[in-house]
Design a binder for this molecule. Structure first.
Ligand SMILES: [Zn+2]
Length: 375
């Protein structure tokens, strides 16, 4: 791909900078406050469009809803000792950056990404949206483990449109194209992801930026804030912080007035305790913003949403890749060896089900109207 080659040099510079800065700025912060994300935070349905894909998707999701309702009346009885559900277990929010022909610290090859999907599927992981994770709306089959994909920086290798028969279609040689292909074969894996973009998303793709983002949203993906300018928020003053966050919010509002995604991925994972309030909420010109979740640079899995240590305002992620520090394969191996540590679903999204001896790890306030089941 031409555009990938063009990006090589700037990529390299970025990667070096990332590797230097990422480790330095990761701050393991002990979770202290319970900041629950807004429950009304919505995604697919908020995007006003009469696009055919959208309508079909809506019909499909109505169908799914009905199917799920039928399935959950009465809830399927499971053998707890066999399935060993643990809905207080850890969940991986995976942080992807670039895709290309050569594997590097922040670049996954397309073939390795295909492998990631198959390995996760075979090990019983199922994709859910970040929004469903934050709102503890986890609907995956009994015995499986939810996982969330996030994509930072908005390079075209994650998602780009090409022209085919006079129409714009997703490039099959892009992360989204690969996920769509995989989804045809394994529809129960899920097709979800949140893309954290900067001032111009998926530069090098066909179509306008709005067309690209609209296409992505219509696929059911989400778009979050990674600041205008990929700004180091650990070094910026309050005015700059509000400006670089607010400009993203303003752009999304202008493109899609009804779309809401109040989450931000920290460039370089950097923040400062003295200015963190401005990362959470602020005002730029006449735009007000409030982030329900702020994502750190990857280093470990996150506690489950009903766990007392769940902390969406400094949300933990793990890094994509193999053989880099704190990467997804490290934790896949860890969870293979310690299956009691990972989230395992009981197949009923209206319950929080876990072994009796974990009772002390539950935050009752985060349970909402779900039923707590211990065994
Ligand atoms: Zn970034």
């Amino acid at each position: 791909m031409q555009y990938i080659k063009r990006f090589n040099i700037s990529l390299l510079v970025l990667l070096i900078f990332f590797s230097l800065s990422a480790c330095k700025t990761i701050q393991p912060t002990p979770p202290t406050v319970s900041d629950k994300p807004k429950t009304e935070q919505s995604r697919k349905n908020d995007l006003q469009t009469d696009h055919k894909t959208k309508t079909a998707q809506k019909e499909q999701s109505e169908q799914d809803k009905e199917n799920k309702q039928q399935q959950s009346k009465p809830p399927k009885a499971i053998d707890y000792e066999k399935v060993k559900p643990n809905e207080l277990g850890e969940i991986m929010v995976v942080m992807y950056h670039y895709f290309g022909d050569k594997e590097q610290e922040f670049t996954r090859t397309f073939d390795n990404f295909r492998k990631d999907l198959k390995v996760l599927y075979d090990k019983g992981y199922r994709l859910i949206s970040l929004d469903d994770f934050l709102n503890n709306n986890i609907a995956v089959p009994a015995g499986t483990t939810p996982i969330i994909f996030t994509f930072d920086d908005g390079p075209a290798s994650q998602f780009n449109l090409i022209e085919k028969d006079g129409k714009l279609v997703v490039n099959p040689e892009s992360a989204v194209g690969i996920m769509m292909e995989f989804n045809k074969q394994y529809p129960d894996f899920g097709l979800e992801g949140t893309f954290y973009i900067n001032e111009v998303a998926f530069s090098g793709s066909r179509g306008t930026e709005k067309e690209r983002l609209q296409y992505l949203l219509e696929l059911g993906m989400d778009v979050g804030n990674h600041t205008f300018g990929h700004t180091n928020l650990g070094q910026a003053d309050p005015d700059t912080i509000q400006k670089v966050i607010g400009k993203h919010v303003a752009k999304m509002k202008e493109f899609f007035p009804n779309y809401k995604n109040n989450t931000l991925s920290l460039p370089y994972g950097a923040y400062s305790d003295t200015t963190f309030d401005y990362v959470k909420r602020g005002t730029y010109e006449n735009i007000q913003y409030q982030n329900d979740s702020v994502l750190l640079v990857g280093w470990k899995p996150s506690p489950a949403p009903a766990h007392k240590n769940f902390y969406p305002l400094k949300l933990l992620r793990v890094r994509a890749g193999e053989g880099v520090q704190h990467d997804m394969y490290y934790y896949l191996d860890y969870f293979d060896k310690n299956p009691n540590m990972k989230y395992i679903s009981d197949g009923d999204k209206d319950t929080v089900c876990f072994p009796e001896d974990m009772k002390g790890q539950l935050d009752a306030e985060k349970v909402g109207n779900k039923k707590v089941i211990t065994y």
